[in-house]
Design a protein around this ligand. Sequence first.
Ligand SMILES: [Zn+2]
Length: 552
Amino acid sequence: MRPLFRLSIFWRRFLNIRLFIPFILVLFLVFEMTGKAGKTFAANLEPPKIVIIEFHGLKKDIIQDNLASLPHFRELIQGTGDKQSYIQLSNVFTTIPAASVPACTSMYTGLHPQNTGVVSTIWFDRKSTKVRTMISYGQQRINRILTENNVKTLYDYVGAAGKTSLNTMLMIDKGADWSIKSGLFFWGNSLTVAIFKNRKWFPDPWYMDHKTISGALTGHLFSYRKSLSGMLNKKGTIPDVTVIQLLGMDIMSHHPGASLTKQNATIDEIQQQYAENVLDPQMGRLIRFFKTNGIFENTIFFLVSQQGSIKIEKHIPDNIVAACLKPAFKLPGHSKENPSSEAIVMPGACTKEIYLKNRGTRNWLHPPGLLTEVKTAIDLLMDDDTITESINAMVVRQYPGERNEGIVENDVWWGFDWQFYQNGSRSDKAFFNALLPLKSGLHHFELKDYISESLTRQYTRETTPDIKLINKKGHYFEVDFKKYGHHGSYYPEDTVLSFWIAGPGLNAMIPQRHTIASATSTLDLIPMVAYFLDIEQPTGIDGRNPLAGLRP
Ligand SMILES: [Zn+2]
C-alpha cells in the first residue's frame, strides 16, 4: 500500500540528520536560551483563533471520502467521540484559471483575477509588450502587483481590524504581521531529497509539507520568533489568523513517482495515498502542538484548497501552436520584449492563449483585424490535426466599440463554432457565422454558466488574449511529457472543491453540523474569516459570506 514512502525511509532519515544538524543545533540553543516553548494558554478565550490550512491541489471530497482512514483529520473535523460541530462546504468553485498563482491571489483577496491584476500564471501585457510571470526568487511579484492595484489581502483586512496574522509559505503575504518564507535553504534541501529519492530534479512533496509544518510550529533556522512556538513563548498567544500553505499534494499530483505511475493510478488514488501517508500525520503534529500548548480548544481550522487535478491523458507538444502560426506571423524569439512580434503564444496547459497584433497599425493596443489577423490565425490552426483532435472549444475576443467590421461586439468573448467552420467553405461569411454568443459556444461544457462568467471576469483590457483554445479533458499542451497530472482546465475535477470549517473552537459559535451544498466560491474565504472574527465584512469584493445566519 505504501511502497513509495517505505522505500525512502533510509534516505529520508540520512538526509534529515546530515542536512539538519545546524537547524537542530540552532533550535536547541534557542530553546535553551528562552526556556521551554509553549506556556500553557488559557482555553476558551474569545474570539477564536483561525488557522487556515491550504492543501494545494487537493481535489473535492478526498478528505470526506477517506475520513475512515484519516484519524487526525477525523479528530480535527468530528472531534474525539464524534461530537464536534463542523461546516462542510461541498460545492466550492475556484476562479478561472484553476492554477496556483491566479487562484491563490483571488482566494486571499476575494477578487476575480481581473480585479487583482494577477490574471493568469503567465500572460502578455499589450501595454508594456512584455510577457508577465509571477515566479521569482524573491517571491514578491504578486505582492507588488497587489500594491500597485491597491488590492487588499486577507492580512490587510485582519490588520485593519486591529488583529494579527501569520503567513507560512504562501507567496501572497502583503499585510501579514509575520511571514515564514521557505527560502533557498528549504528549496535546496527539498530538491536534494527529491534527487536522492526519485532521481528527479523536482521538490519532494513529503519534505516540503513536513518542513512547512515545522516552520509554522517552530520556525526555520532564523525564524523561531515568528513561529507559533516563538509567539507563545514571548506573547503567550498565537496570531488571530494563521495561514499554512502545504504544496505537497499539488507536487504529488503532477509527479506521483515511479510506483504509482507504473500502476496507472488515478489522481483520486494518488491523493488518497498522500492524504493518508503524509497529510494525516502532519495534521497529527499540528493537533499535538495545539493541545500541548492549550490553544486547541479555542481554534477554528479552515481546511481549504484552491484547485483540483486531472490525470493527463494526452501530452500535446507545447510548441505546436506557434509552429502553426509561423508561416503567417512574426513570432518572438526568446526575449521577453515583443514590440516587433505579430503573435504571442503563451505556454500551454489545458488552454492555449494567443495574442495578435494589428499588423496594419503595428500597435499592440489596437484590436487586431477579424479577417486580417484572427481568421488568418484560426485558418492555420484548423489545418493541424493534432490541434483539432484535442480542442473542445475555442473562444475569440471581442472589442466592444473599438473594432468595426460589420459585426456587433457587445461582450468580452465569442464562442467560436470551430467544427462548423472547419467543415465549411471557410469564407469570410462562414467565419462571421461561426462567431456565437459565448454561452452557445460552450454548450457542451457541464459548467458552461460558471465558465462563461469566470472567463468574462478573468482578464483586463490589456491582458485578454484574442484566441483561446480550450482542450478536451486530460489533453494538455506540455513540454514535460513525463508530467502525470495537471490542472488549470475548465472541468469540475479542477474547478470544484470542498472546504471544511472545523475544530473545537467552532462549537461555541456554531453548535450544529452544517453541509452547504449550494454553490460557494474560494472568493468567500475572507468574508467567512471576518464572520468568525466579528470584524466588519469587507465591501467591494467579489466574495460573500455563505455562513450568514448560521450563528444562533
Ligand atoms: Zn500545480
